[in-house]
Write a protein that binds this ligand. Structure first.
Ligand SMILES: [Zn+2]
Length: 651
């Protein structure tokens, strides 16, 4: 398990020389990273290296000519900085180019507007390239920006994203007041930078609490807590508090050492603070549902596997004081700090599924057994059925509770109410099929087991009665996804003279495969069928459904037909074709809407979860359903979001 410690830093005295107190401060506070200014005399660097062999020094390139209304051109800036960088090679590797160029007052050059950002970009790129060429060993950082309103640091980051990407690292300034230390907008602002540039290492080159008249003891305890919090973010290299000491009285409220050399409480507190590496558990994003899983939930997810859990359908949320997260097939809760377990609903569904799988194995062994052991098996099956019914009862109680609970988490409730009946029905369906399989197996043995079969059928009926007749959503409202308007033209389409498709059971279906026709949006199903038959010699059209640009849904094959559209996935897939070519465009809203309604309804009727929806190209090497499916406009996300809305009854 990876662990992380963010280096404890401080912004050094912004001066040519240090006082003796400055060296003492570094020793007492056990400073690991020092942020220095390029105009500080080289003798200071030399002494620091001698006194503190392990101290990391990060240097801000400071040019006193950069000020309001004036900035040196890139060549002139580089001309002044290059000898400094080369002279500092024995002491420092990381250099920060400039400082807060976005400050609204334009103190150090530019200003907060988009136009300012756009003019900084070529200046920075030119400086970066020249320095890199001359000093390839140096790690060059995009400068810390003045944060939040009115300085517009995030807008600046967007405008200058090419500059950030070209840099070796990204600097960030984090300031807060009052209770905002752990707010993503203030003290933890680097999190917003990381979201935008997840691969870029971040150094916090300034941080501080700027609350007026802040008590020195409060500053000490807050900074300790802040440094410790920062260990949780593995992409942070160091964090330097502003400022050790300053010749400028304006910065006195931030200084760790007074002008008379007196150490403030923060120095001893940071020196004494525990520096314990934090265990890093990564977070994983699930593009299919746009949710993330992290911490103990991710550990459990990895243990159970994606086929058991499905995709996350909520973020980590807190219900009745307990952190929980819902997935397509299970729900997790944090039973203890850092330890996740399955919620009752998930456990019951899971164990029931496992039981059904075991019983299916039993059934397939029936025809190989002598009669007495078959009778024993049937007893066992009857027993198992009782237990399954009990579990279904538990699920129904969970469902009732979900429907009665407060609407605080509206989406979760809607999802539970809409997915639980389907889960229950799915279990009933499996058990139903199990009994049918057993009956068929017994018949094929040629023995007269009619009484047994009748008894089993009676059990099936009672099972169905107890769980709402096997229909999702019934008898509990809401009634689920309504049947969309579908024009079934299966019998009217061109067919091959002799070739015929195989058939399957509905319960074999596991996937809804999304295609595009790679032809204009007004292509008809007839012309596609004609092409598939004449050109490919197929039995008929390859798809099961065909949706035109205006949102008309045609059924073109029965669900039981194993037609040709996705090679090895044909046996288990339903082919849904969107007419059109989505290499550069995306389907129009009417077509997406119709497709989402159809998919949501099919998922319900076939007892499948959202994860059953796959693009053709996710199953094999093909461009179908177009380049805009997974990248560019990502119409996959549009479609899935819409399906979710239909299932949740919001569309
Ligand atoms: Zn396709």
């Amino acid at each position: 398990m990876a662990t992380h410690l963010t280096r404890v830093g401080v912004h050094a005295r912004n001066d040519v020389r240090f006082t003796d107190g400055d060296y003492q401060l570094i020793r007492t506070a056990r400073i690991e990273t020092l942020k220095l200014m390029s105009h500080t005399d080289i003798s200071v660097y030399r002494r620091l290296r001698g006194d503190f062999p392990n101290l990391e020094m990060i240097v801000r390139l400071f040019d006193d000519r950069v000020r309001k209304g004036y900035r040196p051109d890139p060549a002139s800036f580089v001309g002044r900085m290059l000898p400094v960088i080369q002279g500092l090679k024995p002491y420092a590797v990381k250099f920060e180019i400039h400082n807060e160029p976005n400050h609204v007052d334009g103190i150090e050059g530019w200003g907060a507007s988009d136009a300012d950002a756009r003019s900084f970009l070529p200046w920075y790129m030119s400086v970066l390239q020249s320095l890199k060429r001359a000093c390839p060993w140096a790690k060059l950082g995009f400068p810390g920006l003045a944060l939040n309103y009115p300085h517009r640091d995030l807008e600046w980051l967007s405008a200058c994203q090419d500059a950030v990407r070209a840099s070796d690292w990204l600097a960030c300034h984090c300031y807060w007041q009052y209770g905002n230390m752990l707010s993503d907008d203030w003290g933890l602002r680097f999190k917003l930078y990381h979201q935008r540039f997840p691969d870029k290492p971040i150094e916090i080159t300034e941080f501080g609490n700027s609350t007026p008249n802040l008590a020195l003891e409060e500053m000490a305890s807050q900074y300790v807590r802040y440094y410790q919090e920062l260990n949780r973010y593995p992409y942070l290299g160091s964090a330097s508090a502003f400022i050790a000491s300053s010749p400028d009285p304006a910065w006195a409220p931030f200084a760790w050492m007074g002008s008379g050399g007196e150490m403030r409480p923060v120095v001893a507190a940071v020196g004494a603070m525990e520096r314990k590496a934090v265990e890093i558990v990564s977070e994983r994003a699930f593009p299919k549902t746009g949710k993330k899983v992290g911490g103990s939930f991710l550990k459990l997810y990895d243990r159970l596997g994606s086929s058991v859990c499905g995709n996350p359908i909520t973020d980590r949320i807190v219900e009745k004081g307990v952190p929980v997260q819902y997935f397509e097939r299970v729900a997790m809760e944090e039973v203890k700090a850092n330890q996740a377990g399955l919620r009752a609903i998930g456990t019951e569904v899971l164990s029931s599924r496992a039981e059904v799988t075991r019983l299916r194995g039993l059934v397939s062994a029936v025809s190989l057994q002598p009669l007495p052991s078959v009778e024993k098996m049937i007893d066992e099956l009857a027993d198992a059925t009782e237990k399954l019914v009990a579990k279904i009862q538990v699920l129904k109680q969970e469902l009732a509770r979900a429907q009665l609970s407060s609407p605080a988490s509206g989406t979760v409730q809607a999802l539970m109410v809409n997915t639980l009946p389907a889960q229950i029905a799915s279990l009933v369906k499996l058990s139903d099929q199990l009994h049918a399989d057993l009956a068929a197996a017994l018949k094929s043995m040629g023995t007269n087991q009619e009484a047994l079969i009748a008894e089993l059928q009676a059990r099936i009926r009672s099972l169905e009665a107890q769980s709402g007749g096997g229909k999702p959503g019934s008898p509990t409202p809401p009634s689920g996804v309504a049947t969309p308007t579908i024009r079934n033209i299966t019998d009217q389409l061109p067919k091959h003279a002799t070739n015929r498709y195989r058939t399957r059971r509905r319960t074999d279906i596991q996937l809804l495969v999304i295609h595009h026709s790679a032809t204009p949006g007004n292509t008809t199903p007839e012309s596609v069928a004609r092409y598939h038959v004449d050109h490919w010699n197929w039995a008929g059209i390859g798809y099961h459904f065909f949706i035109t640009a205006d949102g008309t849904i045609y059924q073109t094959n029965e669900l039981e037909t194993v037609s040709s559209h996705a090679a090895s996935a044909n046996d288990v897939g339903v082919g849904i074709c969107f007419a059109g070519n989505f290499t550069e465009d995306v389907p129009p809203p009417a077509q997406v809407s119709a497709g989402a309604h159809l998919a949501a309804w099919l998922l319900q009727e076939l007892y499948l979860s959202m994860s059953a929806v796959e693009g053709h190209r996710e199953l094999m090497s093909t461009a179908c359903p177009g380049d805009q499916w997974l990248s560019g406009a990502e119409w996959r996300e549009t479609l899935l979001a819409k399906i979710g809305q239909v299932i949740a009854g919001k569309s």
